[in-house]
Design a protein around this ligand. Structure first.
Ligand SMILES: O=C(O)CCC(=O)C(=O)O
Ligand SMILES: [Fe+2]
Length: 364
């Protein structure tokens, strides 16, 4: 194993409350290290209300316990926005079935697509919510949660800018116009599985800027890959988010902020693992290749000292060098959810799956 700084053996914990103290520079320094060398961090003492988090965590088993037919009523296949319910085994990562059941939600948004617009404008739109009578109060709690993580995401990206030697608003033009932004979140159940595969979700990168992950039960399972390719555990730490970097942020920071490959193993024991990842997006029309940022040489030096990333199984979202962000996202969605794509994006589906979808294709 090489000695480079990127060969981390655990994920650092950062204390958000330092920002209001004289120790602010320490936070920024730790953030810089985590961005460049790890690509993952835990965020403790963050501003999202613990009461709302606790209440969301309480709702999750109830959400999955809804009658199957009421879950199917809001299935993702209904939605050209890829929002809604996916039953166990409906999603692929790199052509392998993920053993997870999930609901995809998003921050409030009205679809802006109209005739003649690029098809990726259809990616964003309203959520499908479960019947309020069956799970009273859930929608309100989830919306409050999404609003708060949304705000944290913007605040955090200005800290990322600062840590990498940019002005605090150095990344904000990627967010387009806030009213036109939509961020997505999943509520996920990883059941205990019997059989050969323990792929909760296979090795992958996230697409966007930042991901804020709530580990909503006590199970281990999340693992992140260090530079030499070893899988490092990121067990749940109560009261924290796991924050990681997506491919878009890696691209625009010239690899300073690392998108780190990660996966989830199915839980052992007798109870399911639950999690809630929130994916912070950038504007659909932004072409990252046209956005060149100027980083101080001493920061770029830290990246160069890190060493390069070992070969990894995660190969998704490689199109940022030529396609607008929305198109990269849409391609990712088509590969993960071919059934939804076949229904709503038949042309693109045919391009990506020219021989149809066999259940074993070349999907992520
Ligand atoms: O469930 C988790 O802990 C992580 C999920 C994840 O990495 C993803 O959905 O992108
Ligand atoms: Fe992920």
């Amino acid at each position: 194993m090489s000695e480079s700084a990127g060969n981390f053996s655990s994920v650092p914990v950062l204390d958000f409350s330092l920002l209001d103290t004289s120790e602010r520079p320490k936070f920024i320094e730790q953030l810089r290290h985590a961005l460049i060398n790890v690509g993952f961090l835990y965020l403790a003492n963050h501003p999202v209300a613990q009461m709302d988090i606790d209440s969301l965590i309480e709702y999750i088993p109830k959400l999955f316990a809804l009658p199957q037919e009421s879950k199917e009523k809001i299935k993702m296949a209904n939605s050209e926005h890829f929002l809604g319910y996916s039953k166990l085994g409906a999603e692929l990562t790199k052509g392998q079935v993920d053993q997870r059941e999930q609901f995809d939600f998003a921050t409030r948004h009205v679809c802006r697509w109209k005739e003649g617009d690029p098809d990726y404008y259809r990616l964003w739109g309203p959520c499908q919510w479960p019947d309020e009578n069956l799970i009273p109060g859930f929608r309100g709690v989830m919306e409050r949660y999404l609003d708060q993580v949304d705000a944290l995401g913007y605040e955090f990206s200005s800290l990322v800018a600062e840590a990498l030697g940019l002005p605090a608003d150095g990344l904000s033009h990627f967010y387009d116009v806030p009213e036109l932004m939509q961020h997505r979140a999943k509520i996920v159940k990883y059941p205990v599985v019997e059989g050969e595969s323990d792929q909760g979700v296979g090795p992958h990168y996230d697409a966007g800027f930042l991901t804020f992950l709530l580990q909503a039960s006590e199970h281990r399972g999340l693992q992140v890959q260090n530079l030499s390719g070893e899988w490092i555990d990121a067990p749940p730490i109560p009261g924290t988010f796991v924050v990681n970097i997506g491919k878009a942020l890696e691209f625009v920071t010239q690899g300073l902020a690392r998108a780190t490959s990660h996966r989830v193993l199915s839980p052992k024991g007798s109870t399911p693992r639950y999690s809630v990842p929130f994916f912070q997006n950038i504007g659909l029309g932004v072409r990252l290749a046209n956005q060149v940022l100027d980083f101080p040489p001493e920061i770029l030096k830290l990246r160069d000292g890190r060493g390069s990333v070992a070969a990894t199984d995660s190969v998704n979202f490689t199109e940022f060098d030529r396609e607008p962000s929305g198109r990269v996202n849409l391609i990712g969605r088509v590969k993960s959810h071919p059934d939804v794509a076949e229904r709503h994006y038949p042309e693109l589906f045919k391009q990506i799956f020219p021989n149809g979808y066999s259940g074993k294709g070349s999907a992520y």
